[in-house]
Design a protein around this ligand. Structure first.
Ligand SMILES: Cc1ncc(COP(=O)(O)O)c(C=O)c1O
Length: 375
């Protein structure tokens, strides 16, 4: 299995930073270190964070990883590679917080952001043909679960000398590795599948380029947005069960998608694992799985209201990728910052839901969904 093939003995306590032969490495809650060793000050680097970064680099197949205080801090750091005058092409269907980061902050710094459907080859080609310093894509996108052809985007970027950064949050490194498909940077909200337990907020950026890594290292210590040692320890703990969790998330997601498909209250089900999904074949080619998130639209606002009351197991809350099934209403939650007109063009309406399928018993999830749909 993919996870077992890689060298996982890099974890702190199993390698050069062993501590009393502990099987589970300790948390280094030290802000500073005596001069002369490998570490000096924890804003710059910390042994527990380094252990997590080694794990993330190995999982994504990159040489360098950086752990940040949130997914948005990781994306902020990736955009901090840019300079005034740069042109950046971004997915038009992306997490609302990333949209807010672009429109409320980075576009004030003389950087031009162009929103394009990067899942359409012709539109991506048209947008990138006018030149770009960076292309930033989500795949699958949040919340419409569209699939971008990462290798195709990477080849367009190479022709134009642009960097390609891919937000890989939805599939996690267990199912997809953007660097292997030609991307320069893979970025994650590690709050989601990577940590998986709804107990930490974290982000990760991974690259194979020494030049990018050297800038990200400078950006992280300069902005002071690196992940705390304790959160690094929690995320590391989550990673140890990533393969088991991802397989179960996916199994439950297939069951939930089939139930939703069969419901008379549901208009459409958007899950790349379904053969009828427009990105199904592409996802099959470039990833090893389809993940655990299913978006769907219901036929009536009455059903929508009933779903918003939440279920017994499926809680109405933001976020995804944790052990608990969560139902999210993108229009008022994750994508609230996106102007209504753009939201509606993408498909984020008052009848769209995003279901992060958790690790509960499959039958319990199905029963709860049926109850919420009123069927
Ligand atoms: C695809 C994606 N990227 C980035 C983020 C931001 O991550 P965080 O909440 O850890 O800052 C999110 C959050 O939901 C997300 O869904």
């Amino acid at each position: 299995m993919f996870y077992m093939e890689r060298d996982s003995l890099s974890i702190l306590g199993e390698g050069e930073c062993g501590y009393e032969s502990a099987i589970c490495p300790p948390v280094f809650l030290s802000s500073t270190f005596e001069s002369g060793g490998n570490y000096s000050y924890s804003r710059c680097s910390n042994p527990t964070r380094s252990a997590l970064e080694r794990e993330c680099a190995a999982l994504e197949g990159g040489s360098f990883a950086f752990a940040f205080s949130s997914g948005l801090a990781a994306i902020n750091s990736v955009f901090s590679l840019l300079k005034s005058g740069d042109r950046v092409i971004v997915s038009d269907d992306l997490y609302g917080g990333t949209y807010r980061l672009i429109t409320e902050l980075f576009s004030n710094y003389g950087i031009e952001f162009v929103f394009a459907d990067l899942c359409s080859q012709s539109e991506a080609e048209r947008a990138i043909s006018n030149g770009a310093a960076m292309v930033f894509a989500e795949s699958p996108t949040n919340p419409m679960m569209k699939i971008a052809d990462i290798a195709f985007l990477a080849s367009l970027c190479k022709q134009k000398g642009a960097l390609l950064a891919v937000d890989n949050t939805f599939l996690s490194p267990y199912f997809q590795n953007p660097l292997a498909l030609g991307a320069d940077i893979a970025v994650h909200s590690a709050t989601k599948f990577i940590s998986g337990h709804h107990d930490s907020v974290a982000g990760v950026a991974v690259t194979d380029s020494e030049a990018i890594a050297s800038r990200l290292s400078l950006i992280s210590k300069t902005l002071g947005n690196a992940l705390s040692p304790f959160d690094s320890w929690l995320v590391l703990r989550g990673i140890r069960t990533l393969p088991l969790r991802m397989e179960k998330h996916q199994r439950n997601a297939f069951a939930a998608a089939e139930l939703l498909k069969s419901s008379s209250e549901v208009e459409s089900v958007i899950f790349p694992g379904l053969c009828e999904h427009s990105g199904h074949e592409l996802c099959k080619r470039q990833a090893r799985g389809f993940g655990g998130v299913v978006s769907f639209t219901v036929k009536s606002t009455e059903t929508a209201k009933r779903i918003l009351r939440g279920g017994k197991i499926i809680k109405f809350a933001e976020s995804l990728g944790g052990f608990r099934s969560l139902i999210t209403y993108p229009m008022t939650q994750t994508h609230y910052s996106i102007p209504k007109e753009m939201r509606e063009r993408i498909g984020i309406t008052d009848r769209l839901f995003r279901l992060s399928v958790g690790l509960e018993n499959e039958k319990d999830i199905i029963c709860d969904l049926e109850r919420m749909l009123g069927t």
